[in-house]
Write a protein that binds this ligand. Sequence first.
Ligand SMILES: Nc1nc2c(c(=O)[nH]1)N[C@H]1C(S)=C(S)[C@@H](COP(=O)(O)OP(=O)(O)OC[C@H]3O[C@@H](n4cnc5c(N)ncnc54)[C@H](O)[C@@H]3O)O[C@H]1N2
Ligand code: MOO
Length: 404
Amino acid sequence: MLTFDEYQQRVIAAVRSLPPRTVDAADAPALLGLVMAESVRTRRALPGFTNSAMDGYAVRAADVRQATVDAPVSLPVAGDIPAGDTRTLRLEPGTAWRIMTGAPLPDGADAVVQVELTDGGLDRVAIREAVDAGRAIRHRGEDVEPGDEVLPAGTLLRPRHVPALISSGVGEVSIIPRPRVAIVSTGDELVPPGQDPGHGQVVDSNAPMLAALATECGFEVTAVRRVGDTAEEVRDVLTELAEHVELIVTSGGVSAGAFEPLKLAFEGGDSFDFVKVAMQPGKPQGFGKLGSATVFALPGNPVSSLVSFLVFVAPAGRVLAGRDPTVHTVEAAVAETWTSPPGRQQFARVVFDDDGRVVRPIGGQGSHVLGGLAGSQALAVVPADTTDVAVGETLHVIPLEGLA
Ligand SMILES: Nc1nc2c(c(=O)[nH]1)N[C@H]1C(S)=C(S)[C@@H](COP(=O)(O)OP(=O)(O)OC[C@H]3O[C@@H](n4cnc5c(N)ncnc54)[C@H](O)[C@@H]3O)O[C@H]1N2
Ligand code: MOO
């Protein structure tokens, strides 16, 4: 039996980042969660032109130096400069332009007086307060100059990066693509989602669950299949899928029964390993390569499949995507005792309480308990040498939300 850490390190070490690909930067929303393979340098200055930060009047600060509430300075208004005005305009000394936020500053102006400090006049404007040169002005290039790096290589694209990327004027960017994932559930007992199971049958809930997990992790699910319990069928389907995806995730058929199709198909070959891992749930695990595809053969019990995906498949998939494999955890104290099997690192379903500071177990901890899984918020990680989880003990906890 391998320890959890040994097996997790083994699967992470067996994968490498996918080769970079060039894509259209204008598709930025579709690139969320992807890693920039090269740094992005802006082709443009930002702001691209000197402009007003306020709705008001563009002036020369020297012309309004004497302005006070009691003795406003009155200036003739040359006209309006709305945002989007593409004219190149000039401010004559002793005059003002009415100007809107984001509109280009006329040459000769060095300050904007916001409209609240004026009478808002159209032909003439009374300015009631002196302003310093530079007031309410956003200078060309004050944010970034052409050639500045706006996104370093390795940036994981988040919504906050999108404006800099889009405004930088680069047409194409180099990214590490999303790993393509095929999900395959195995078992003669399975019926498709939406169909009523007969006696001895169960609805295939693992395939949709694994597809949902992969999607939430930012991977691209390109195939979802269900196959029966024969080694030939499993081998044929996986071999075909391996030509089109980087990651294949199967569920079922890896324990000790008489008809374990994954084992029958691949055990004994030099590219597959079937092992027992000292964890609960998730003890039986299979891992291997088919062509260039990495295959995870997860146990069929639904909770075992989910836990195995989170702690093995997701980290390996993140490595393929050029990302950090670390599984995000928080710390919380135990509010209610439960037991854990000896010698196995437990991933216990829990709910948070007290603003996330403490956790309580929820439902039974059996690997088939779907209702308890739905009601849970996190997995508390109980070390292999703990059998009675004590109230007050601090545990690492894997939140089940926000996996991306
Ligand atoms: N003699 C032993 N029996 C078992 C052992 C063992 O060490 N010795 N390990 C147990 C553990 S732990 C687990 S976990 C399971 C894993 O079994 P398999 O991976 O072979 O999975 P199956 O037998 O195909 O199914 C197990 C269970 O899960 C249900 N299932 C399977 N696929 C789906 C699906 N797509 N959607 C919903 N439910 C699914 C299936 O009906 C079974 O109830 O083995 C133990 N046995
Ligand atoms: O280890 Mo199994 O995964 O208990 O259900």
